[in-house]
Design a protein around this ligand. Structure first.
Ligand code: DAK
Length: 258
């Protein structure tokens, strides 16, 4: 059904794998469109509670936007595509109603790191290398990288990484807060799935509200505290709140997924 991605759902976890190994999983237009369709499917699939995004193979998560594709863009095409791409994939990931974990299994460069940074959580394999090399190609990050890198690692470190176009190791990425944890490559998917299973024990509605509230604090013109209050209040009207509190009082585990 898809050419450049694959999608598997098992145990309430959707795994979306970017699958262009010959191009180190570089993102071209078709890949972005397919990832958009797959994510929309996963958003409405009631059996799915958490999504993991990764790249096929053991060399690359995503080595960037496809350089062959954007090499001859004009100013107008670049602007239009940045906007479309952000809406189709990167903002969709960032505001996805279910947690998205990026399992960064190798190079995550340019658009690839931007994809990982759009996810809610990042786990990297120890061989992963990350960076935003756009200025070495005469452009700047166009899929939210200038904003999200500064949010995650602070402005000074983000400036250093962007201006030098350098790559950092998984350990350095961990030290500066770019990834949540680092594990050996053969443990990466298991680690991501274990984290997903932990998340799956909790209320999907409350998690959805938490995603909205956390994101609100990073959205210009939106007051995160106000959004938190609104989302907090909404929780009291949900059956999941009833189940969570009743389960506690009855000294049993809450069951949010029946
Ligand atoms: N695009 C297209 N092909 C790529 C690619 C990419 N980003 N990265 C690698 N490949 C291809 C290589 O061309 C090579 O293909 P063949 O020559 O075999 O046909 C194959 O993958 C294997 O790569 P290498 O032979 O280079 O492998 P190495 O192990 O020697 O090196 C590397 C691995 C990851 C260090 C190297 O491949 C590399 O430096 N890749 C490029 C990294 C990079 O600069 N990425 C792009 C960053 S800029 C836009 C919005 C956003 C963006 C652009 C436009 N608009 C809205 C318009 C974002 C731009 C970026 O992401």
């Amino acid at each position: 059904m898809f050419e450049n991605i694959s999608l598997e759902v098992a145990n309430h976890i959707g795994v979306l794998t970017i699958n262009r190994p010959k191009q180190l999983n570089a993102l071209n237009k078709l890949t972005i469109q397919e990832a958009n369709s797959a994510l929309k499917e996963l958003a409405t699939d009631q059996s799915v509670g958490v999504v993991i995004i990764t790249g096929v193979g053991d060399k690359a998560f995503v080595a960037g936007a496809d350089i062959k594709e954007f090499a001859d863009f004009s100013i107008a095409e670049g602007g239009a595509l940045a906007q479309q791409g952000q809406a189709l994939l990167f903002d969709l990931v960032a505001h996805f109603p279910k947690p998205i974990i990026a399992a960064v299994n190798g190079f995550a460069l340019g658009g690839g790191l931007e994809l990982a940074m759009s996810a809610h959580i990042r786990i990297a394999s120890s061989n992963a290398k990350m960076g935003l090399p756009e200025v070495s190609l005469g452009v700047i990050p166009g899929y939210g990288g200038t904003q999200r890198l500064a949010e995650l690692v602070g402005k000074g470190k983000a400036n250093e990484l962007i201006f030098t176009a350098g790559m950092i190791s998984a350990d350095e990425a961990y030290r500066c807060g770019l990834v949540n944890s680092v594990v050996e490559q053969d443990e990466l998917m298991d680690t991501a799935k274990k984290m997903a299973s932990k998340i799956l024990r909790n209320s999907p509605m409350a998690i959805r509200s938490a995603i909205k509230a956390v994101n609100a604090g990073y959205t210009s013109g939106v007051n995160g505290y106000e959004v938190e209050i609104e989302e907090f209040a909404k929780c009291f009207g949900t059956p999941e709140f009833k189940e969570g509190t009743t389960a506690f009082l009855e000294k049993r585990k809450a069951n949010f997924r029946e």
